[in-house]
Design a protein around this ligand. Sequence first.
Ligand code: PMP
Length: 455
Amino acid sequence: MHSSDLRALDSAHHLHPFTDFKALGEEGSRIVTHAEGVYIHDSEGHRILDGMAGLWCVNLGYGRAELVEAATAQLHELPYYNNFFKTTHPPAVKLAEKLCQLAPAHINHVFFTGSGSEANDTVLRMVRRYWALKGKPDKQWIISRENAYHGSTVAGMSLGGMAPMHAQGGPLVPAISHVRQPYWFGEGRDQSPEAFGRTCAEAIEARILELGEDNVAAFIAEPVQGAGGAIMPPASYWPAVKEVLAKYDILLVVDEVICGFGRLGEWFGSQHYDLEPDLMPIAKGLSSGYLPIGGVLVGDRVAETLIEEGGEFFHGFTYSGHPVCAAVALKNLEIMQAEGVVERVRDDLGPYLAERWMSLAEHPLVGEVRSLGLMGALELVADKTSRARFDKRLAAGNLCRDICFASGLVMRSVGDTMIIAPPLTITHHEIDELVSLARRALDETAARLAHIVQE
Ligand code: PMP
C-alpha cells in the first residue's frame, strides 16, 4: 500500500494517543516502517536517530533477534495462560525471580500488569488496602506532585499532576493531593537549588499536616520526572523527602516506569538516589518495549501484610504476567546483565553524553543543560543572560522538535524543554551524531524564531 493511502486511512479511522485528532487528520502522520539499533526509518525513506528510545522504552535498541526468538519460542510453547485461580507458568515465575534479584534487598515480590498505568492503578489499591489491613482505614490520601505523569487510566491520570489531563473526563479519583515539583529551573530560581530542594520537601510536610498525618497513605514520585521534562531534583530534595515520610509513617511509592532498567545508570532510579521504596511501579524498559508488560515491585512491609492478613486481593488483569511478554522481558533482562548495559550507562555512556551534551550550553538559545545517565534536557530561552522564557504563543519547543524530526533526530519537547532518552545501546559515535543534530536544529530554531519575532 502506498504511504499516501496509508496516511488517508490513518486520518479516516485512527484516533492517536495524546493527539489533536483534527489537526493530525489535516496534516497526516509520519509512517514509521522499520528500525534497527538506534535508528527508525519512515515511509519516505528517511533514517532518523531515535533520541527518545520510542517512548523511553527501547532500552536495548531495535532489531534484537534474541528477543524475537524468545517471543517466538514462547508463542509455540504456550501463547497464553493466566495466573488467576491457582495457576502459574514458567515465564512469569522466572521473571518474578529475576526482578526480585535485581531489586533492592527489601523487595521480594512482584504483581504483574500490562502497562505502567495499570501498575499505578494497582499501587493505589494496594496502599489503601495496606493501611486498611493495618487498622488505619483513614490513611487514604496519596500525595503526588504537580506536573507528574503516572499514566492515562483514571487512577493513573489522577495520581499524575498534569493539569490539561485533569481538565478532561473527570471527576478524578478522590483523596489525591498534589504538591509543588522540584523543578529548579522552571520554578525555583529565586533560591539556590539546595534551598529550593528543601522548600519542596517542606511543601510535602505542610500538606501532610494539612491533611492530617493519620489520613495520608503514601507519597508517589518518579526519581527524575520524565514526561514532565527530565527534571532532576536538587541534591537536597530526596534526603529531605525521606526524612519527612519517615517522620509521619507514610509509604513511599517510586514510579520507576521510565527510570527503571538502566536509564539513570542503575537498575532502578531509586538506587541512584538511595531510596527504599515500599512500592515500585515498572514497565517500558522491562521488555525494552518489544511487548507490553508492567508490574509493581512490592517491598516486604506491604507484601507481608497483604499475604499474611489480606485474604483475597480482588484485583488483576487478563494479561497480568502474560507468558510471551514475560519471556521477552526475562530475555531482555538477561541480555542487559550479560552485556553489562547498566554499568556501561553509569561508567561510560552517561559521563560521555554529559560531556557532549554540556557543549550545547554555549548555544544562544539554551538557558540550562542537564543530564543524568542517558536522560538529558535543554531549556530553551529567549534571553541567554536573564534566561527569560519565550512567549508561550511562539511554541518554541514544538518548533525545535519539528525541525529535529525533519533533520533526522527524535527529540521531544515539553513546553520549551527539549528532552532526550536514547536507547542504552547507543555508541559514542551515535552520541556525537545526536549532539551535532541537536546543535544544528537549535541553530535553525533560533533563525526561524528571529524571523518570526521580526515579522
Ligand atoms: N509512569 C510513568 C513515570 C510514565 O512515564 C508512564 C508512561 N509514560 C506511565 C507511568 C504509564 O505507563 P503506560 O503508558 O505503560 O501505561
